[in-house]
Design a protein around this ligand. Structure first.
Ligand SMILES: NC(=O)c1ccc[n+]([C@@H]2O[C@H](COP(=O)([O-])OP(=O)(O)OC[C@H]3O[C@@H](n4cnc5c(N)ncnc54)[C@H](O)[C@@H]3O)[C@@H](O)[C@H]2O)c1
Length: 432
């Protein structure tokens, strides 16, 4: 099939590349010329394991094309995916749909023959109606259908998640479309993905409800971790004990820092704003948002206790600053609260992240990016493990810090407290 992906961010680029890998001809379009130029040299503008090679192979095979010429891409394609950003509006829970609306307007200028327009961006209930309305101002309704096909991939695991999804959700008010979408997704359905169809609004809500539920699960276990600390119980025993119940499941049940990233924070807020619009009180989701916000400071302020309130001029190392491992995405990362707090308290901070230095942390003289774990940890008073990249999991701290009396604050529970105790290292973790 011939496909156009509008927006080549984490979702558009990964799904476009994977569709090409399944044998389709894919045009990836973005308004960001820098991104498109990088991609034309077969270089991925984002860090996602395995993505660079997949781009190279499919670009070479001429199945994958990168362009800022939306008119040509639409003309050549049968199916057009909208994959642009849907952030929250500034200082509000409302979803900013300006990117989606602007794409809908552009699409309406270029449709000449029948197209299926698939919204993959996460959008509030009835956005599909709105896209349809915008396009039908210029195009006859018989020449297009607007459907919803939310994306569930996770950054860091995006290729695997796209190629082996649990389910493919197609929301459409026109049942004829299901057949066409089933053909597109057939290779994934054959591997076991559930193909589920519903109304367009239903599909839009499934995405928000799923993300809010996962955020709730994380927040729940984080609060139980607080109780474990107060009662001298190991949170990991609770996670295993609870997670072994098939009704509960073990995934998303590991205690750690507040959730972050480009989806859970904005989608929980977005869901509350949708419910407000329909005069429905989502009290659980509201509590989750508050608890998660509080957690950022709770875990950060614990450093005062660990350091006996002596943070000024202390050498502190932060390992991992993205919102989780295996991504370069900084959106809503808890390090954006943690590092400014340490700097404000007068600490001398070094950080290392396998995905490289970050724009967010460029302008501070007491903050330095180091190119290796060894350099970052040398001479530190406190090492904070903030994300769980594999390379953080078996560090010989004594060997690389090269001093006595340093401490470790492991926010991801990567190490066994007893083993570090045997090595005389002062070790603090979460919920145990
Ligand atoms: N990131 C994830 O893990 C993830 C997972 C599932 C769903 N989603 C949802 O998918 C959507 C996209 O998320 P993302 O993380 O890929 O966003 P992103 O910010 O990484 O990418 C969006 C891209 O769209 C481009 N764009 C914006 N307006 C455009 C226009 N008019 N024409 C062409 N290109 C345009 C931007 O330049 C950018 O490259 C969001 O709604 C998000 O909630 C994201």
């Amino acid at each position: 099939m011939k496909i156009c992906m509008i927006g080549t961010g984490y979702v558009g680029l990964v799904s476009g590349t994977c569709f090409a890998d399944l044998g389709n001809k894919v045009y990836c379009v973005d308004r960001d010329k820098l991104k498109i130029n990088k991609l034309k040299n077969a270089v991925s503008p984002i860090y996602e394991p395995g993505l660079n090679d997949l781009i190279k192979n499919n670009y070479k095979a001429k199945r994958l094309h990168f362009t800022d010429d939306l008119e040509k891409a639409i003309k050549e394609s049968q199916i057009i995916f909208i994959c642009v950003g849907t952030p929250n509006k500034k200082k509000s829970n409302l979803v900013d749909l300006s990117q989606v609306n602007s794409v809908a307007k552009s699409i309406s200028k270029y449709i000449k023959n029948y197209k299926i327009i698939v919204n993959k961006s996460t959008v509030p209930v009835s956005t599909g109606d709105q896209i349809e309305k915008i396009i039908s101002k210029k195009v006859k309704k018989s020449k297009f259908d607007v459907i919803s096909n939310p994306e569930f991939l996770r950054e860091g695991e995006a290729i695997r998640d796209f190629k082996y999804p649990d389910r493919i959700i197609i929301g459409s008010n026109n049942k004829k479309i299901y057949k066409k979408m089933k053909i597109l997704y057939e290779p994934l359905i054959r591997k076991g993905a559930k193909f589920f169809t519903t109304s367009r609004k239903g599909a839009e809500l499934i995405k928000y409800a799923s993300n809010a539920f996962l955020a709730t699960k994380i927040t729940f276990i984080n609060e139980i971790a607080n109780l474990c600390e107060a009662t001298d119980i190991n949170i990991e025993d609770i996670s295993i004990g609870m997670g072994s119940d098939a009704r509960i499941g073990s995934r998303f049940l590991r205690a750690g820092p507040a959730y972050g990233g480009s989806c859970f924070p904005k989608d929980t807020k977005g869901l509350v704003s949708i419910a407000d619009r329909f005069k429905t009180n989502l009290s659980i989701v509201k509590s989750v948002i508050k608890s998660n916000n509080d957690r950022k400071m709770l875990l950060t302020k614990r450093i005062n206790k660990i350091m006996n309130n002596k943070i000024k001029n202390k050498k502190i190392t932060v390992l991992g600053v993205t919102f989780k491992a295996n991504t370069d995405d900084m959106r809503e990362s808890s390090s954006l609260v943690l590092i400014p707090y340490l700097l404000k308290k007068g600490a001398l901070v070094k950080y290392y992240d396998p995905s490289g230095p970050k724009e967010d942390f460029k302008k501070n003289k007491n903050l330095k990016f180091e190119k290796s774990i060894n350099k970052a940890c040398l001479g530190s008073d406190l090492i904070i493990i903030n994300t769980e990249w594999d390379e953080f999991k078996s560090i010989d701290f004594k060997k690389i810090v090269k001093k006595n009396n340093f401490k470790i604050y492991d926010m991801r529970n990567l190490y066994n407290p007893n083993e570090l105790k045997k090595k005389n290292i002062k070790y603090y973790s979460v919920g145990r």
